[in-house]
Design a binder for this molecule. Structure first.
Ligand code: ADP
Length: 352
């Protein structure tokens, strides 16, 4: 019957087998991805604990009804219900849940639960807004790539070496920007579906910050960043590409909205977690804007070039997917400090 296990994995839904008391005894890979928990964590746990508080209280009556229904041997299934589940990162997600009751000799043997996340349709408002914003941002680097490459091809023999080099550098820079925007777009979709998969390994954060700063300084020579990390800063079990994305966003914002000079990146070891902070010197963020800077599409640029208003929203999502928090403190005319925490994982706790 091994092929039953294959079917269990191949079906496009998150599936959980529950015993008659609603404890999970088997979960497929899609369930582990949906809940953001390992099979080991899911198996043996009480299914109802994964429902959001609102769904639990709104459904108390329904749960009672389910339990009673289950007792009736004529009842074979619970039709799909819409409710919210709690994810490991503390967020809630809307899903459609259905149950099939398996009986042997009239007695309930097990329950098969199927969970289907609500997928934002192409016509969902914020979906359209995101596509519109990102498409708009893609247009300018693509126009420049197309323009410079056409020029190089048409006038190769007439252009000086330094002109060719400048154009190739611009093409290279704009191609990086397109790649970054596409990565962000994919992250947005995965964050919204709660399906962001992290490729974690032990990461030397200080080294990662150094290489990220060097790369940014190559693109923005005016950047002046100093680092302050204690000796023996622990390596952190995390996704290095996502950390580069978060740190790049924070440094670019500091440079764009405060000043490219006097940026300090520091690392601190706290209890069971580390904290990385990016401190800038500038105008700071007005008090009334502080709670909004992490909102999707928030930007307040005061005439300075601004972006899509998605950078901090994505960074916060990426930090939270790691089990950390991204916060900000700011003082007008002094500057801002954006800090994020990451849990320290001890050997033995590694989930993969
Ligand atoms: P954007 O793509 O517009 O840069 P972000 O989500 O990265 O979007 O930032 C949202 C807004 O937060 C910015 O438009 C800016 O007004 C404000 N902001 C972000 N970082 C800083 C900073 N270091 N100093 C001052 N304002 C900032």
């Amino acid at each position: 019957m091994e092929h039953i296990d294959d079917v269990f994995e191949i079906l496009p839904y998150a599936l959980v087998f529950l015993n008659p008391n609603l404890y999970i005894f088997k979960a497929n890979k899609k369930a582990t991805i949906l809940f953001g928990r390992t099979a080991g964590e899911l198996e043996g746990s009480f299914f109802i604990d994964y429902l959001s508080e609102s769904s639990r209280s709104a459904c108390v009556a329904k749960f009672d009804a389910w339990q009673k229904n289950v007792a009736l041997s004529t009842v074979k299934e619970m039709p799909e219900k819409e409710l919210f589940i709690k994810l490991a990162n503390g967020k809630e997600m809307k899903v459609f849940l259905s149950f099939i009751y398996k009986r042997i000799d009239g007695n309930l043997s097990y329950i098969l639960g199927s969970l289907r996340p609500q997928i934002r349709g192409a016509n969902s408002e914020s979906g359209i807004e995101i596509v519109a914003t990102v498409s708009h941002e893609l247009r300018s680097p693509l126009t420049s790539i197309k323009g410079y490459s056409t020029l190089l091809l048409a006038r190769w023999d007439r252009l000086r070496d330094d002109q060719k080099q400048m154009m190739l550098q611009q093409i290279n820079h704009d191609a990086d920007r397109v790649t970054r925007l596409i990565t962000e777009l994919l992250d947005i979709t995965r964050l919204q579906l709660g399906r962001l998969v992290l490729h974690k390994r032990m990461v030397d954060i200080e080294l990662l910050v150094v290489t990220t700063v060097e790369k940014l300084q190559f693109e923005h020579p005016e950047l002046e960043v100093s680092l302050s990390f204690p000796d023996e800063f622990p390596t952190i079990y995390s996704d290095p590409d996502k950390l580069v994305q978060i740190i790049t966003n924070l440094i670019e914002n500091a440079s764009k909205y405060a000043s490219p000079k006097g940026i300090v990146i520091s690392g601190e070891v706290l209890i069971n977690e580390v904290q990385i902070s990016v401190k800038d010197q500038g105008m700071g963020i007005p008090k009334q804007d502080l709670p909004k800077v992490f909102n999707k599409f928030f930007h307040h640029s005061d005439g300075k070039p601004s972006g899509s208003g998605l950078g901090l929203w994505i960074s916060r999502g990426l930090v939270e997917a790691h089990g950390g928090k991204l916060t900000v403190v700011s003082e007008l005319n002094i500057g801002s400090i954006f800090s994020f925490t990451l849990p320290v994982t001890y050997i033995g706790e590694l989930d993969e």
